[in-house]
Design a protein around this ligand. Sequence first.
Ligand SMILES: Nc1ncnc2c1ncn2[C@@H]1O[C@H](COP(=O)(O)OP(=O)(O)OP(=O)(O)O)[C@@H](O)[C@H]1O
Length: 244
Amino acid sequence: MTSLLTVRNLSVYYGAKAQAAERVSFDVGTGSVVALLGANGAGKSSIMKAVAGLVPATGEITFDGEPVQSLPARQRVQAGIVYVPEGREIVGNLTVRENLVLGGYHVPGVARRARIDMVLDMFPEIANKADGPAWRLSGGEQQMLAIGRGLMAGPRLLLLDEPSLGLAPLLVHRVFERLATIRRETHLAIVLVEQNLRMTMRLCDEVHFLRSGRIVGWRRAQDLKGEAARQEAIDAYLGATASH
Ligand SMILES: Nc1ncnc2c1ncn2[C@@H]1O[C@H](COP(=O)(O)OP(=O)(O)OP(=O)(O)O)[C@@H](O)[C@H]1O
């Protein structure tokens, strides 16, 4: 499989001292789903934000064969790297449709309308609320809108930060079901940050385990199918207190 994203020796700093990620390297193949798994504060969001160009970082980031580490975030979006933040961050006072327009602001009108239709087809839960204010959506629907807004930019790589955060189990299930459909239908590559290992396993091809800003282990998802194998990996890489 060809590599769409190559990250080499990525370090993320907040100020001179706080190092949120240290010499992290990983690849994401075209159409593949790679999960970053780790406890709170392990550096998962920082790595995704650094790939999206949203926080200062050193190291090499290559996307589709081109170095992107010197590009500002806006140009990375145009290249096809789209970050969907943790906590959803939709604009409550705008309608669902207007939130989608925001995600595709740089897309010409006709293509943008076609994409809105595509997103609403993909997420029927929000389609019949498209012209109402986004604050009326449930948590799971807001998450769907956030993912839909990310899709509006026409990404080739979606950086998804904890899509299950704050959702009841049934909604987590629905959001992951939709992600599986998107994956099947669009061949989009995804980097997924999650603490919910069981759901992550249903979607991803491989998992990188993170601890204190470093990648400490890597497994193929197919080798983590059984509960015992998952537990063994968690104990080995994340310590017994990690969530699964
Ligand atoms: N804007 C910031 N300024 C300073 N330090 C930060 C900032 N954002 C994150 N950090 C620190 O960087 C480290 C990694 O944080 P990060 O949010 O990347 O971890 P995470 O694995 O995504 O955690 P969580 O699962 O809780 O979201 C933490 O020590 C955190 O306190």
